[in-house]
Design a protein around this ligand. Structure first.
Ligand code: B3K
Ligand code: ZN
Length: 850
């Protein structure tokens, strides 16, 4: 398969003005008729051009140009589409009419038109529309769509305004990737919204009959998102109808099709008994994300797929702002940084590293990555802090004004900031083109009343990129006096060179530095700091992110010492943890985050960066020892905390109640380290009236190998609820003791409910095992690797997109000792050698092996 390059971009030979689609739905023989008004592209003076249309897995029934039927020998069909020779194609414009047949039932890729539990559904981003009909399936071709659907089902939906009888019209020109069709036996949960200019918008969430009672939270999140986009960005909704559909078989979280968002049912349906606090939080964030795409993605879209971060980075940034406003900025920031480090830093440090705006790909679906999304959002956060809030708003206003209705590039985006803020961003733009996480060091020199800070920056090599230039790194810095107060006003130090010094004058004592407050740049900061300074920051820093970071960094350094040098637990650490745990002035959600130790994967990465191969069993053991030490220090407080943190009355999903439950969950985990029989967890499991508490109890019990009866009871209670049964699969493989995990996972693949073609179910078990149980996956004999590879091989022919994404489980193979490395390499090679491997998986496995 060819490599697609940004540098090869050319405008299309033709544009499309209008598209009329007619669907006659049938599970195995759906007929699609299209009438497409093409016009010539006057910028392409290199004609005359053949008509080249994308198309995949289509049976062509007929085609004509300006009502003249094309003969079979006038149409050249290949695996990627069709071509009509230029002499048959009026170069300034023509009407294309075509009929094709597709088989939605046979489409297991969940890309294009497919079926999920008897319901018709589409997924067109990035390149799924070409599986529906022949088209110019590229985002810079924007057209007005009119759709008519005939089918033997009660509900027939598409984008835009409902004209009745299965007919739809979307007045906003859009690229084909935003097209959607849904048809099936669905019911809707309805509401309405009045926009800032007084327009009435009908809101509908479509679900399978029986699920109507689980839509309230998604609807509430939608209305709050709509209001927020008005007040914070001045963006009003632009159709009189907004629909969300929940489907069970979906490759990702959700999709922002114009006026008809399609969601993985996991991110719509919620009730206290079946959804955890984390589920509620994700529903709120993803509903907001997809809604925000209406302006950042749909009204202004991407010129080509290399510009993906234009819509994704910005929309993630916007949904993070929204969630911060809706909940707690501090807690959200910490959670986002945990994710960023776990997924994006890991990606940036390994064989799949690529810039926020990649320059080449084989399969674009492989680039919906943490780098494009999460690092893309970090880059916007840095822009925001560099230009300031007022300038940021000015730039965004200009962006919407200048580019509404266009398909844009990162250059357009940067130019808007340069023009609105009167600044030069050429160096800043390196964040979009250079891969890898910059590493920053700092030295401090205090003399007289002056502190001199000297920063260095190194920009590590990544696959295909060496000799990088220094980037612009905004470092928010605080200066703490010995009594914990701010000795000088906080500053934004902008490191824009490989080496740079800053002077801070008028200080009485040498301050303790609070560096990179709020995690103001996605970098690794290396500093010389003592445990006493860490404890001081954990107690006194007024920046909650850095307060948390001090505790995290403290734990990380202790654990590394325990793992690598057999160090004993530093008794000051449990004391510092206790001080936070019992400090009622602090938000419970924040306290829970402080109490949670660095993940096993984070420790493995940190140890690897020190130049040693991490031992997963030693990592597991050290975390256990440290947790036990904290639990012992807190033993006198735990039962009191546990009962004080109970949230009386009916369950509510708000951040405050969720925060208490999260701290209570952390306390429960500590209690079970000092309680022989896990009695508290057992009692919590039996009494729980909500999924958060039921699941945290179950996970604790499994971790301590005490949960057999509860595992069965949970299944008996929830077997009819697929989203809960997904959790049941995950908790068993993720929490199983390391030596048992592969066997548990293997046995569960035999369970009658392991419907592996459903992506949620597949991920719940296979990714739950490979990504959430470090020591289990890395069992010495390689059984975990073999099991994981077997299942990647099995899924690839059925669903390449999900398979390729899951291969990330092997992305860290070079971290480990020679024996594990060889075992993983052998499995990767076994996959790479398959004769019919999809290009999706081939691209990822090829890169991982290189
Ligand atoms: N834009 C979609 C993701 C499409 C993924 C295609 N492989 C969801 C989102 O980012 O909002
Ligand atoms: Zn998105």
């Amino acid at each position: 398969p060819p490599t697609i390059r940004l540098s090869d971009y050319q405008q299309p030979e033709f544009w499309i003005e209008t598209v009329d689609l007619h669907f006659k739905l049938h599970p195995t023989q759906t007929r699609v008729r299209s009438r497409i008004a093409f016009k010539g592209n006057t910028d392409r003076t290199d004609g005359p051009h053949d008509l080249r249309l994308h198309g995949q897995d289509l049976k062509l029934i007929s085609a004509s140009i300006n009502s003249t039927a094309l003969k079979a020998d006038e149409i050249l069909i290949d695996a990627e589409g069709l071509s009509i020779p230029a002499d048959l194609v009026p170069q300034d414009g023509f009407l294309w009419e075509c009929e094709v047949e597709t088989n939605p039932q046979a489409n297991t890729s969940l890309n294009g038109l497919y079926m999920s539990n008897g319901m018709y559904c589409t997924q067109c981003e990035a390149e799924g529309f070409r599986k529906i009909t022949y088209y110019l399936d590229r985002p810079d071709v924007m057209a007005v769509f009119t759709v008519e659907i005939e089918g033997d089902v009660p509900v027939l939906l598409s984008n835009g305004n409902n004209l009745g009888d299965g007919k739809w019209h979307d007045p906003w020109p859009k690229p084909a990737y935003l097209f959607a069709l849904v048809a099936g036996d669905l019911v809707s949960y309805d509401d309405h919204f009045t926009t800032m200019n007084g327009r009435e918008v009908e809101l509908q969430i479509y679900v399978r009959p029986g699920d109507e009672s689980k839509c309230a939270y998604a609807m509430d999140s939608l209305k709050r998102s709509m209001r927020w986009d008005e007040t914070e960005y001045g963006r009003e909704y632009d159709l009189n109808l907004f629909m969300i559909v929940a489907v069970d078989d979906f490759n990702m979280g959700a999709m922002e099709n114009k006026g008809l968002n399609i969601f993985n049912s996991k991110y719509v349906l919620a009730s206290p008994k079946t959804a955890t606090d984390r589920d509620y939080e994700l529903i709120e964030g993803i509903i907001a994300h997809e809604y925000f795409h209406n302006w950042t993605g749909n009204r202004i879209t991407c010129r080509d797929w290399f510009q993906l971060c234009l819509k994704e980075g910005l929309t993630v940034y916007r949904d993070q702002q929204f969630s911060g406003d809706a909940r707690s900025h501090a807690v959200n920031r910490i959670e986002n940084v945990l994710q960023l480090r776990a997924r994006q830093f890991r990606e940036d440090a390994g064989p799949l590293a690529h810039p926020v705006r990649p320059e080449e790909y084989i399969e674009i679906n492989n680039f919906y990555t943490a780098t494009v999304y999460e690092k893309g959002a970090e880059v916007i956060g840095m822009l925001h802090s560099l230009v300031g809030a007022d300038n940021y708003r000015k730039a965004l206003d200009l962006y919407f004004e200048r580019h509404d209705g266009q398909a844009c590039t990162i250059e357009d985006w940067i130019k808007v900031f340069e023009d609105a803020c009167n600044t030069d961003l050429s160096q800043f733009a390196l964040w979009y083109s250079q891969a890898g996480t910059p590493r920053i060091t700092v030295t401090e020199d205090f003399s007289g009343d002056t502190l001199t800070l000297t920063f260095t920056q190194t920009n590590p090599d990544t696959p295909g990129q060496t000799g990088k230039k220094p980037q612009v790194v905004p470092i928010r810095t605080g200066f703490l006096s010995p009594d914990g107060s701010e000795a000088a006003p906080e500053q934004l130090l902008v490191l824009d060179a490989g080496l740079k010094s800053f002077e801070i004058n008028g200080l009485v004592d040498k301050p303790t530095l609070s560096l990179l407050r709020g995690f103001s740049a996605p970098v690794v900061l290396e500093r010389q700091i003592t445990n006493a300074e860490r404890a001081f920051l954990l107690t006194h820093d007024s920046d909650p992110f850095n307060q948390w970071e001090a505790g995290r960094d403290y734990a990380l350094s202790l654990l590394q010492g325990m793992i690598l040098n057999d160090a004993d637990v530093d008794p000051a650490f449990p004391k510092a943890m206790r001080a936070v745990a019992v400090n009622e002035a602090l938000d419970p959600a924040f306290r829970a985050l402080v109490l949670s130790l660095p993940s096993e994967d984070a420790l493995a990465q940190a140890i690897f960066e020190q130049g040693t191969s991490p031992d997963p069993d030693a990592i597991y053991a050290a975390r256990q020892t440290l947790a036990k030490a904290v639990a012992t220090e807190l033993s006198g407080d735990l039962q009191g905390l546990y009962s004080d943190l109970a949230t009386p009355g009916p369950y509510t999903p708000d951040a405050e109640a969720a925060g208490k439950r999260s701290l209570r969950g952390a306390v429960l985990a500590l209690i079970s380290h000092v309680e022989a029989d896990c009695a508290t967890a057992k009692a919590q499991f039996a009494a729980a009236d909500n999924m958060t508490e039921q699941l945290s109890a179950l996970s604790t019990l499994i971790r301590h190998d005490q949960g057999d009866a509860e595992v069965q009871a949970f299944y008996d209670q929830w077997q009819a609820d697929r989203l809960v049964i997904d959790k049941w699969f995950t908790v068993q493989v993720a929490s199983a003791p390391a030596d048992k995990a592969v066997d548990v996972a293997r046995a569960l693949t035999q369970h009658k409910d392991f419907d592996w073609k459903n992506p949620n179910r597949y991920r719940s078990l296979i990714a739950g095992f490979a990504m959430m149980n470090l020591a289990g996956f890395h069992r010495k004999d390689g059984a975990g690797y073999e099991f994981f590879a077997d299942w990647l091989i099995k899924l690839d022919p059925v669903n390449p997109q999900t398979t390729a994404r899951m291969c990330g489980g092997f992305e860290t193979w070079r971290r480990y000792d020679a024996s594990r490395e060889q075992l993983m390499q052998a499995q990767l090679q076994r996959i790479a050698d398959l004769p019919d491997l999809s290009k999706d998986t081939a691209e990822i496995v090829g890169k991982i092996l290189n």
